[in-house]
Design a protein around this ligand. Structure first.
Ligand code: AMP
Ligand code: MG
Length: 351
């Protein structure tokens, strides 16, 4: 792909960014979760350019970002009482709702699905951009496909300078991991991607049970604290025929740092010991080793820091990353673990 001139804009130049979106161009912008790479969601040609700039597989749908909750009516024909309750409770915020799509939403945007993922971000810059552009904005994360998601302007510039029309240089992202994706297009609300809005938060709002997509437990026992062999369902594997995730993004290996990465899981003291042991061993062999070990149960902080740490360790050119697993079955720690395991290509050492 040929390179182009990328304008680096400040938050005072949102009008320029909005004009680019209106005329079918690409703008990377901050949200509260991670930086997004946006295009007019209803312009199939513009959306096609997002896939090209990111090198993203074309069956991986984009999340459509809206500036007013009521704008969801442009995208879906039907709002159930649950959907209305979820919007009232969690928007603006890091919850994407997968709903039936209206015909006007291009296949390009939804990856050909008959549903569309929609969210209203909780970021003044993102909201101003969407409202000034006066169209819904399709935006996946503003990284090259496969790399860690960008949570800081410098991460976006590193990946996309020369590939997009403009990058809005805003603050670091408050949340640090992508939104929770909740499928509300069928009978049972189902989490397709975990985030900082947890099943417990959602259940408390709508007063009914939320399912977890089985794809979230790939290569994992359902209950990470269970004794080996005691879990009723064996963990699914990437190569299982049964593994048909509803969220197409789930089947791609993701977020990979340049370094080799291993997750160490088990009792916390043992994890620390094993990390020290592996670090010393590898350093003796001349390898540069980076460690990611969060405070116990500091899950929100882990979400905030995880992608940034991966990118920092890549910049330091470490050969190996050793990461301590977070012990959590379905909350914010689980959401961080979902990213950590993908980053490591499910390379797990249990101690
Ligand atoms: P990203 O834009 O990189 O945050 O990725 C968006 C994620 O949302 C992908 O993993 C998609 O698979 C998921 N997603 C978006 N729209 C839908 C949809 N209509 N159905 C299922 N998953 C979706
Ligand atoms: Mg992404």
């Amino acid at each position: 792909m040929k390179t182009m001139e990328t304008k680096i804009l400040t938050e005072k130049q949102i009008d320029q960014a909005a004009e680019i979106i209106k005329t079918g161009g690409l703008v990377a912008f901050p949200t509260e979760t991670v930086y997004g790479l946006g295009a007019d969601a209803l312009n199939a040609e513009a959306v096609a350019k997002v896939y090209e700039a990111k090198g993203r597989p074309s069956d991986n749908p984009m999340i459509v970002h809206i500036g007013r909750a009521s704008d969801i009516g442009q995208l879906t024909p039907r709002l159930s009482p649950d959907i209305v309750t979820l919007i009232e409770n969690f928007w603006p915020g890091p919850l994407t709702l997968v709903v039936k799509r209206k015909k006007g939403v291009p296949d390009r945007t939804t990856g050909g699905l008959d549903t569309v993922g929609v969210r209203m971000p909780d970021s003044p810059i993102a909201l101003e951009l969407i409202n000034r552009a006066d169209c819904p904005i399709a935006a996946p994360s503003a990284n090259l496909s496969g790399k860690p998601s960008p949570t800081r302007a410098e991460d976006v510039i590193e990946d996309l300078k020369g590939k997009v029309d403009a990058i809005i240089k805003g603050p670091d992202c408050r949340v640090g991991i992508e939104s929770t994706v909740l499928d509300v297009s069928g009978e049972v609300p189902t989490i397709l991607r975990p985030g900082i809005i947890t099943p417990q938060h959602i259940e408390a709002a709508i007063g009914k049970k939320v399912e977890m997509d089985p794809a979230l437990y790939i290569n994992r026992p359902r209950d990470v604290n269970a004794q080996e062999g005691s879990s009723d369902k064996p963990p699914l594997d990437f190569d299982d025929e049964e593994f048909q995730p509803k969220s197409p993004g789930m089947k791609y290996r993701h977020y990979a740092p340049k370094a080799d990465m291993t997750v160490i899981e088990g009792n916390r003291d043992k994890v620390k010991e094993e990390i020290e042991r592996l670090k010393a061993l590898n350093e003796r062999l001349g390898n540069k080793v980076g460690v990611i070990l969060f405070e116990e149960r500091a899950f929100i902080e882990a979400a905030h820091d995880f992608f940034a740490k991966l990118r920092d360790l890549d910049r330091q050119e470490v050969d190996l990353i050793l990461a301590g697993a977070l012990s959590d079955t379905d909350g914010v720690g689980f959401a961080v673990m979902n990213r950590m395991l993908k980053s490591a290509g499910y390379n797990i050492v249990r101690v």
